[in-house]
Design a protein around this ligand. Structure first.
Ligand SMILES: Cc1cc2nc3c(=O)[nH]c(=O)nc-3n(C[C@H](O)[C@H](O)[C@H](O)COP(=O)(O)O)c2cc1C
Length: 285
């Protein structure tokens, strides 16, 4: 929300994934509703048709017409439960979930965000055979395995193979850090519908602007996003300690693009109260 208010120029946003809590329920922010100003797609981490359907119905009630299934999350605590990229070695489980979902014919499109596999990129072969059986509205592929996390480089050759065998809309994701990266990738894969950007936009929120931006412009923009983010967190009803936690996470990526950023990030992380955090931040930025 904060990024969209201050910078924008992005076609589509995705929520962080929702998953069942320990009580077996989904918990949503009360502000989670579709709005035409923010093309937001709610994402779910699931491995059962029942959970996927329950989430889709909840999102339908909130005005959404697309949900996104995450079968790419690489964290072992997630993957060990056959969730995220941990589902990729189990095509039959994916098949069962999708059969259950599409048997209900809900007016909620299902897109998929995935990696190439869990341990082996060869997982993708059987997974693609399953996905092709269903009307998946969009496929977003980050061409690394789960165990790779962010190590090494994305396997763009494998990505090309998937693009070649998928008839529907496909989006690429991985290590896009500059505007030129997008142009290069689009030239290489001209049938690809778009590019999802994660860390690149967190590090440089002005990545998509046409002109080179100065350090001052960048810093001012980051600060504006930050201040808007705080307002949103307050509006969402978060407590001060929760807000502080979110703000500390906020700086992980932008601090990489600021002179002395590592030092600032370290100092901010050490603060224990929101007031102290504000003073430390004001002394730097
Ligand atoms: C802080 C952070 C949180 C993320 N949370 C999610 C998430 O909830 N769902 C998801 O599909 N991907 C998530 N990702 C992964 C990104 O969507 C993306 O696939 C990954 O960062 C690779 O793209 P990039 O090289 O452009 O960053 C997250 C990444 C980061 C850095």
């Amino acid at each position: 929300m904060a990024f969209n208010s201050i910078v924008g120029n992005v076609d589509k946003y995705f929520t962080p994934f929702y998953r069942l809590n320990k009580q077996g329920e989904f918990e949503y922010e009360k502000q989670l509703h579709y709005s035409p100003e923010l093309n937001l797609v709610p994402q779910i981490l699931a491995n059962s048709g029942r959970d996927l359907l329950c989430f889709a119905r909840d999102m339908l009630d909130r005005g959404f017409r697309e949900i996104n299934l995450n079968i790419g999350c690489p964290f072992p605590m997630v993957a060990n439960r056959h969730l995220g990229s941990g589902l990729l070695p189990y095509p039959n489980e994916l098949n069962g979930m999708l059969e259950a979902y599409f048997s209900k014919d809900l007016p909620v499109q299902l897109s998929v965000k995935m990696r190439l596999g869990w341990k082996e990129s060869s997982d993708i072969k059987a997974i693609m055979q399953v996905l092709k059986r269903f009307p998946i509205s969009e496929l977003i592929l980050h061409p690394r395995t789960g165990v790779q996390k962010y190590k090494g480089t994305p396997d763009w050759e494998k990505f090309g193979e998937v693009v070649g065998c998928w008839d529907g809309p496909i989006v690429g994701n991985g290590d896009i850090m500059t505007n030129e990266d997008i142009q290069d990738k689009q030239r290489e894969f001209d049938t690809v519908k778009g590019w999802m950007i994660g860390r690149g936009l967190l590090i440089n929120p002005l990545l998509l602007s046409d002109q080179d931006s100065s350090c001052d412009e960048l810093l001012t923009t980051i600060r504006k996003i930050h201040d808007c983010f705080i307002e949103n967190l307050k509006m969402f009803g978060y407590s001060d300690p929760q807000i502080l936690n979110h703000l500390k996470c906020f700086w992980e990526y932008p601090s990489k693009n600021i002179d002395g950023g590592a030092r600032i990030y370290k100092k901010l992380r050490k603060t224990g109260k929101l007031d102290d955090y504000g003073s430390v931040l004001d002394s730097f930025i």
